[in-house]
Write a protein of this length. Structure first.
Length: 446
């Protein structure tokens, strides 16, 4: 079979990093089954839309996009919807969008080649069963980024935060074995990738047999060739002393923790069933800061959760001020069918205009904090890994260990290399900088 005669597949990815990682697994699976990945929907034989269900807005975007994709479809094109929205809507999605032939949830990707064959014969199928044994261990992720790799270590989630659809779309939590994760880390390092991000819905609750998250960090952190290790997203309650000690002891672990707070009010946190209070969240921040000097902290915050009073919202603002996050992803609460929040009394619903106003105030506060910190950092020097060409003409985009984005001048041959960069300007959120010298490699442990 010549390469030209192989069918082509295009996967469009929405949502979180876990979905990006799942798309890499699907590409790998399909490539091994004779498909050639392509970079756009034009002329693709198979188009998959890997979706997110976390907020209604995310789903509406996909519905709109499915309509648009019609114009790229020929008579024999197969259109499939995968991921969290596929899992949530199941067969109903086949009724809603008549040009969609496949609906496959996050545990169903093993069957994709067979399902696509069926779709080519005219079948329309929804495959949304959970499979607690499914880790896709024998899949070979097809990575398009030659600089950084995302490695899933856990699938699903056992927390039951009342706003969250994820336990329903990704099922119960299960962790991969340490040996499998290590094998994948070694394989990506051998390909010349130097940065790894470990992925899980509550990544620090990782446990397989006697191995916990601390063991995982120590193990992956000393894989030869890996110079930067990250993880996302942790749950504050799973930062054991062992985990924090492993973070402090692992030189490759970057000084950045994304620590979802969701709210700064203990009362709101209780309704969210986050299982921590404002005080214990602050304690967690202190323990991380004490163990990792210079650590950058980012977070996720939801405003307008049912019953959030003005005072409770003020507690969120004061937490943002007191902690001094480096950055925050901020969201307006979106009620998802099937989540426990739907059982809260309707009288607790926060009116749209109030939620919108709170979001504006929160965003302004976060921006102000980020901007002040970034201005104070001008003139300092940092190790930057050049990741890719920036969208802005002729510049390269890289990141510091603290995950701050820096734009520098240079040509694309520098992608994947480390440099010491002096920060010379800031837009408020990102930096521009100048390279001063090639960064010194860290001594590699192990
Ligand atoms: N509404 C708004 N934001 C949500 N998130 C999760 N569920 C919802 C929801 N129903 C946010 C949380 C989470 C991030 C990935 O998305 O802040 O950490
Ligand atoms: Fe990722 Fe959650 Fe969205 Fe699923 S619903 S894609 S797990 S953010």
């Amino acid at each position: 079979m010549t390469v030209e005669s192989r069918p082509t597949v295009y996967i469009e990815t929405y949502g979180c990093q876990m979905n990006v990682s799942d798309s890499e697994l699907m590409y790998g699976r399909l490539e091994e089954n004779g498909y050639t990945p392509v970079g756009g929907p034009e002329g693709a034989d198979v188009i998959l839309v890997n979706t997110c269900a976390i907020r209604d807005h995310a789903e509406q975007r996909v519905i709109g996009r499915l309509g648009e994709l019609k114009r790229f479809m020929g008579r024999d094109t197969v259109l499939g919807v995968t991921g969290c929205m596929a899992q949530r809507l199941g067969p109903a999605l086949l009724d809603r969008a008549r040009h969609v032939q496949l609906v496959v949830g996050p545990d169903g990707y093993r069957a994709l080649p067979a399902l696509i064959d069926g779709a080519r014969r005219g079948e329309r199928v929804a495959n949304v069963t959970f499979d607690l044994e499914e880790h896709y261990e024998d899949f070979h992720a097809r990575r398009f980024d030659g600089v950084r790799a995302w490695i899933p270590v856990q699938r699903g989630c056992d927390y039951k935060c009342t706003y969250c659809i994820v336990p329903m779309t990704r099922g119960p939590e299960r962790s991969r074995t340490l040996a499998d994760v290590e094998r994948e880390a070694r394989a990506v390092a051998e390909q010349g990738i130097t940065e790894i991000t470990l992925l899980g819905q509550t990544v620090n609750s990782y446990r397989n047999g006697e191995h916990d998250f601390a063991d995982l960090l120590r193990c992956v952190g000393r894989v030869p060739g890996i110079r930067r290790l990250r993880f996302t997203s942790p749950h504050p309650n799973d930062f054991t002393d062992r985990a924090i000690a492993a973070m402090a002891d692992t030189p490759t672990l970057c000084e950045h923790v994304h620590l979802p707070m969701q709210s700064g009010s203990s009362r709101t946190l209780k309704r969210m069933l986050r299982r921590y209070t404002r005080e214990t969240y602050f304690e967690c921040v202190e323990r991380i800061r004490a163990a990792i000097p210079g650590v950058a902290l980012t977070t996720d915050i939801i405003v307008g959760f049912p019953g959030e009073t003005d005072d409770e919202f003020e507690d969120t603002l004061s937490a943002v001020r007191d902690i001094g996050f480096d950055d925050a992803f901020t969201f307006r609460f979106s009620l998802r069918d099937g989540t426990p929040a739907t059982r809260l009394p309707e009288s607790l619903t926060v009116p749209d205009h109030v939620a919108a106003d709170r979001l504006d105030r929160l965003v302004a506060l976060v921006r102000e904090g980020t901007r002040a910190r970034n201005l104070s950092m001008l003139g300092t020097r940092h190790e930057v890994l050049i990741e890719k060409a920036a969208r802005r003409g002729g510049l390269l985009q890289g990141r510091t260990r603290q995950h701050r984005t820096v734009l520098v001048a240079g040509d694309e041959s520098l992608i994947g290399r480390y440099f010491t960069v002096e920060l010379t300007g800031t837009t408020g959120s990102t930096f521009t900088g100048t390279m001063t010298s090639a960064g010194q490699p860290l001594p590699l442990a192990g």
